[in-house]
Design a protein. Structure first.
Lengths: 338, 338
DNA sequence: CTGAAAGCGCTTACAG
DNA sequence: CTGAAAGCGCTTACAG
């Protein structure tokens, strides 16, 4: 790291002069043009980079607390918008003075991104999408700042959850109430245990009902995955009469496949999805999509609220809060008329 | 701002002791339990918040440069995912040591978010979605750090652009080549001059062709807006035989309306949209959507590249680069068979 | 068990 | 036109 002092030493000037010129105030402070040029050249040559921490500290600037949001850098990046929207709403409404940093990481490699050193450079952390391995890392280490986990369970950290059991239970109950017989499930590989809970509970609940055992197809968590999975289902005899998808992406791909195969929804097959995507998209796809609605924005807001409280009161308690995941009936699986 | 010094003074302890306890090392350093308790209580009472700038500076930690991304906090938040994806790719591929901060702002109020003070707390800035008013603010002020504008024109700042003329030209030419007669346009209120360029060029190019004057309907930039706008078009006699939409959201809403009205795409009406959304979504909607593809990810990468160069070479030149916006033919407006 | 001292990199008010 | 000195808030190695 080249510092102002280094440049000053090399040019036999004082740090003050170098600072003034580098800040762009050379002319105003009447530093000789030639001196200015020498300083700029040296800065370039020596690869000088201003240290903003020092600037901020020196100026007693920006009491803004830094909140780091850890988000996995895979397909799930498109869910980040909804989460960020929730954070922004919380920031606006509560007039939080936060600087929000996005830290990407890869599943099973949280430890590379969330180091003890990186923890020293932030005030509080929201961790989203950790895998089981990542969770083990979190449980095994101590970070001395407030951390909240989104949609994970832990006795060590504050968590903001949804009830994964309900997410699996609701569609099974609805299909049963609709008198369906041949259930199907399009699921993607579980990236955390909650996903297994959802699908296991669905399969269990179905097995407790008058329905047959569900046909489960493992697909990629994408529209393409859902499309291909649904094509597989179309070849079955009998055709499933109801389908649960573990994500919006999968469901939207499936809708396309059914459309192409001229399979009518909901008449021939009812579809319910985990509502992870944009509600607007669920409303305007063809047909509109019934979902177990995940309140991402509200949960994001809650994460920030917890951290704000922690920072304000200078105490951190591993609270846990669970958000409801209501069923939103749309065309793909309408509510029964009572 | 309560500091460690303040707490030490109040309790008649040294700053060292307070620091040790607050950092959670009290037990290891064998500070008396009672002293620890007194310190924690005082910190809570006095509203102590650790100053991370000081921590970082002191520890010579994190040479990570801070890049601030200014993004408007309205509907366009859902486009942020694609942009962030591009940034993350750039960070991973080039192993950039950047801390990325997201700064929300409201159009016409960039000046409230991008203050001279806020500029001191970051190393470089990417500004997205500024309105005309915001642009005036940018042109009228000097910030002494590298700034790059996404999809705007300026002689003062580096810019990363797409060619708005092409975006308007292409669909008009394609519709003309397809022998269409009755063009329509669903557009949302322009949030920057480039949007007017797109629609004006489309309307002009259409008027130069054998087609009739286009029917232009102003709608909200959302699926609902597109849906309602398309319903209006459905009432026209004759029905338009081709439609240009200024965003994916609008187009997806329009597809739904046409589906409900049993209007066949592309047979009765061809649809081309500005491809601002997720390509996967464009492929799996019904029918799949032909678009003028906007390379958001590539442009985001380029923004970061420019800033990285600026920071490395300690010089900032207002370069300008324009990215191609190729036509991607899908079901809603297939390519002519040659 | 606790404290005095030095220093991270920068800027600014003051002096000359 | 340029420099010497102080200080932002914190932590750590050392001393006692």
């Amino acid at each position: 790291m080249t510092t102002i002092k280094d440049i000053a030493a090399r040019l036999e000037l004082s740090p003050s002069t170098v600072s003034i010129v580098l800040k762009g105030n050379g002319d105003r402070r009447k530093i000789k043009k030639e001196t200015q040029q020498r300083i700029m050249n040296a800065a370039k040559e020596m690869g000088y980079k201003p240290n903003i921490q020092a600037k901020i500290l020196r100026g007693s600037l920006s009491a803004k607390a830094n909140i780091s949001l850890y988000w996995v850098s895979d397909n799930r990046i498109h869910l980040l918008s909804r989460f960020l929207k929730g954070l922004q709403i919380a920031i606006m409404e509560n007039n939080y003075q936060f600087q929000l940093s996005i830290v990407p990481y890869e599943n099973n490699h949280l430890q590379d991104a969330l180091t003890q050193e990186s923890v020293l450079t932030t005030n509080a952390i929201i961790i989203c999408n950790p895998s089981e391995t990542d969770m083990e890392y979190l449980e095994a280490n101590d970070f001395h700042i407030p951390i909240v986990l989104y949609n994970r369970y832990s006795s060590k950290y504050a968590t903001v959850n949804m009830d994964d059991k309900t997410i699996g239970l609701l569609p099974a109950d609805i299909f049963a109430a609709h008198g369906k017989k041949h259930p199907a499930l399009l699921k993607s590989p579980a990236t955390f245990s909650g996903m297994n809970i959802r699908t296991n509970v669905f399969e269990f609940q179905v097995s407790e009902s008058a329905m047959e055992r569900p046909v489960s197809v493992m697909v990629e968590d994408s529209m393409k995955g859902g499309y291909l999975g649904a094509l597989t289902l179309c070849d079955l005899n009998p055709l499933p009469d109801c389908l649960f998808c573990t994500s919006d992406s999968i469901a939207l791909g499936a809708l396309k496949a059914f459309y192409e195969k001229k399979i009518r929804i909901p008449e021939q097959i009812e579809v319910i999805s985990v509502g992870s995507g944009r509600p607007e998209q669920e409303e305007y796809c063809i047909p509109s999509l019934s979902v177990i609605s995940l309140p991402l924005e509200d949960m994001a807001e809650e994460c920030l609220k917890i951290l704000s409280d922690s920072l304000t009161n200078f105490k951190y308690t591993p609270t846990s809060i669970t958000f409801p995941t209501p069923y939103v009936a749309r065309q793909s699986c309408p509510a029964l008329i009572q």
